[in-house]
Design a protein around this ligand. Structure first.
Ligand code: COA
Ligand code: AMP
Length: 636
């Protein structure tokens, strides 16, 4: 029993306002809040009346406090053979000029700016520049194709877009600018300006009436200062996948976010000012927002922007090389990255070439951390390996092992216990609390702690219908799982159509909508199946319209290509098959769960509600023909 954790957790649940007001003293405020927590129509607002600036807290504060010459950002790009470092002062100066560029184009507090960038320092600079002037950024993952970008432009209605000429995927050049042009063409909303960072690997064609060369413009722009914003003003919108094809724009506020970021750096990650903190993720995901950009800088750490992969850039020693070269103290990535390394270097031979003495802890999140990956990482690194569970909506860990507060015994496969402010419970279908060890819906009793979503951009109905309508007074995480007798949570998987492919959150519902656009397709189903490397991968089932004469293989190839074009290669939609019928209940619901059990080689029973018992044997045959179930699962 860990008494420190227990006392702090209880205090945070019983007296949240006192708890978070104390935590908030670690943040710089121009003006203190009037009310710690306010509730208006299901929306929770932390630090109402407080006035601050997130960019000030990440950069200027450190310069003002004498950390100006300390390294703030390390850029390491094996794919372009580039290394560069910025001190806090240098980063502040670039951010202040970039913010000036936005101001000169008429961007003011509350305006949206879409950021579509590869993993280069300018991605973080763009985000911080928006925060500096109170503009709301919306970063779109660089691996998304034009359709995804267009959906987000349409919804967020940005005044300005910040992008780059290209990205590099190992040795492949990703042509960002044509994707950006196509997305703007598809969207009815048009930005007035696009700042484009021209990379030496590819120069983009510019539209003189809209596109501006970022580097040239920055050089001739005067810096601007931080604009005080309200704690409850949005800092960013980050779109994430849900059940339907339309992504949800999660809104995060300035004040609560800063408070939670600071608390988590001290207490979960045990990161000290001056430490080198490396979240090997992408700025397009919430992990990148919180732990590449905001939290490490807020905490006076150096953060690493790594433009590479765990393997093939150039070998499975890539992570360990970066750890040695910069003296990384905390490494954070998704289990899939370690599975990729393990696959290519099972004995850890590459790792042995590097000095990891500075590395204290390896943190994992983004998907369930299987015990095999946990054990292997712990064995080869000799470090603590800490799984933690969170989501775009929360912005930081719902459950973790608080290394800076009260490290607890690790139970492999569990992300440990609920963090302060997260009143985590497992409820059954009737809303009753499940007994310890019994599977239920993982929910959070309201209020949620600081940094959790303020709502869904421009869609309040969806905020309520997606999260609040299921159980009165609770937020539905969308994950199922259980809490054991010791209070450890075990996250077992999503209850909706969301899947995690290589740590990327994707919607099978969206894939189905895209596949259904093919003119020969009558109906379809996409499910997530176990994947030894990526955790999960999508598998599609297609029913053709009557009288289609085209061969099945060409239709499968066409729908695979369609998903790649619309969502992007990152969807990893490669496996699909044509079937005569889909298994359905008598009320017409597709039995996706049973199909998944068959593909994963789990035991399954013929559902009593099935419309036609002859369909599932047909589906089993089709799944077998695709080579599923695989004998090797990700646990092996
Ligand atoms: N821009 C453009 N394309 C991208 C991209 C990006 N930012 N990220 C991925 N892609 C492309 C890849 O090039 C690949 O294209 P291909 O089908 O033409 O080969 C496709 O999307 C699938 O990529 P991915 O799922 O990443 O598979 P991979 O085989 O290239 O790499 C891993 C596998 C495990 C090495 C890789 O997924 C990885 O490093 N994951 C780390 C997880 C992570 O950062 N998660 C974020 C949340 S913490
Ligand atoms: P995202 O919003 O992209 O961060 O994805 C959030 C989802 O990823 C969660 O709802 C979970 O389904 C899954 N997830 C994240 N971290 C973990 C973890 N440590 N264990 C199990 N699932 C996780």
């Amino acid at each position: 029993m860990s008494k420190i954790y227990d006392d702090i957790y209880k205090e945070s649940i019983n007296n949240p306002e006192k708890f978070w007001a104390e935590a908030a003293t670690k943040v710089h405020w121009y003006h203190q809040w009037d009310k710690v927590l306010d509730v208006v129509d299901g929306h929770y607002r932390w630090f109402v009346g407080g006035c601050m600036n997130t960019c000030y807290n990440t950069l200027d504060l450190h310069v003002d406090n004498g950390r100006g010459d300390q390294t703030a950002l390390i850029y390491d790009s094996p794919v372009t053979d580039t290394k560069k470092q910025y001190t806090y002062r240098e980063l502040r100066d670039r951010v202040a000029k970039t913010a000036g560029m936005l101001v000169n184009k008429g961007v003011v507090k509350g305006d949206r700016v879409v950021i579509y960038m590869p993993m280069i320092p300018e991605a973080a600079i763009a985000m911080l520049a928006c925060a500096r002037i109170g503009a709301i950024h919306s970063v779109v993952f660089g691996g998304f194709a034009a359709h995804e970008l267009a959906t987000r432009i349409e919804d967020a209605k940005p005044k300005v877009i910040m992008s780059a000429s290209c990205g590099i995927e190992i040795s492949k050049v990703i042509h960002y600018k044509p994707l950006l042009d196509e997305a703007i063409k598809r969207s009815s909303h048009k930005p007035t300006t696009c700042f484009v960072w021209q990379r030496p690997q590819e120069r983009a064609n510019m539209l003189p009436w809209r596109d501006v060369d970022w580097e040239v413009e920055e050089a001739r722009t005067d810096p601007v200062d931080c604009v005080p914003v309200d704690a409850i003003d949005p800092l960013y919108i980050l779109y994430t996948s849900g059940t339907t094809g339309k992504p949800k724009g999660v809104i995060r506020s300035n004040g609560g976010h800063s408070v939670a970021m600071k608390w988590s750096m001290d207490n979960i990650y045990d990161a000290k000012p001056g430490d080198v903190f490396w979240a090997a993720s992408d700025v397009g995901w919430v992990v990148g927002h919180s732990y590449i950009v905001y939290a490490p800088l807020m905490n006076g750490c150096a953060t690493v922007i790594y433009e590479g992969k765990p393997v093939r850039t150039p070998n499975p020693g890539a992570f360990w090389r970066v750890c040695e070269e910069y003296g990384v103290n905390q490494l954070f990535s998704a289990p899939t990255a370690f599975r990729a390394i393990r696959k290519e270097d099972p004995e850890g031979k590459f790792l042995k070439k590097y000095d990891l003495s500075k590395l204290k802890t390896v943190f994992m999140a983004g998907e369930r951390c299987d015990t095999a990956t946990y054990e292997w990482t712990k064995k080869v690194t000799g470090k603590e390996v800490i799984d933690h569970w969170w989501q775009t909506e929360t912005g930081w860990a719902i459950a973790a092992n608080p290394m800076g507060l009260d490290p607890m015994e690790v139970k492999p496969g569990s992300p440990s216990k609920a963090m302060p402010g997260f009143n985590l419970q497992a409820l059954d279908a009737d809303g009753k609390q499940c007994k310890p060890g019994k599977l239920g819906n993982l929910v959070l009793k309201l209020p949620l702690p600081p940094s959790c979503l303020m709502g869904i951009w421009d869609d309040d109905k969806r905020y309520k219908s997606s999260y609040l309508k299921f159980y009165d007074g609770y937020y539905l995480t969308g994950d199922s799982g259980y809490i054991d007798k010791d209070g450890y949570v075990w996250v077992m998987g999503r209850m909706d159509g969301v899947i995690n492919v290589a740590g990327h959150r994707l919607s099978t519902g969206e894939m189905e909508e895209i596949v259904a656009k093919h003119p020969d397709v009558a109906e379809c189903a996409v499910i997530g199946v176990d994947d030894a490397l990526k955790g999960e991968s999508p598998m599609g089932f297609v029913v053709l319209k009557e009288g289609i004469e085209r061969d099945d293989q060409s239709i499968v190839e066409a729908v695979v290509q369609l998903v790649r074009e619309e969502i992007g290669a990152v969807a990893s939609f490669r496996i699909a098959t044509v079937v005569n019928r889909l298994p359905k209940t008598r009320s017409g619901k597709i039995l996706r769960g049973t199909m998944r059990d068959i593909a994963d080689g789990k035991e399954w029973n013929m559902p009593s509600t099935i419309e036609d018992q002859t369909v599932l044997p047909e589906i089993t045959k089709a799944i077998n023909a695709l080579g599923y179930p695989k004998t090797k699962t990700k646990e092996s």
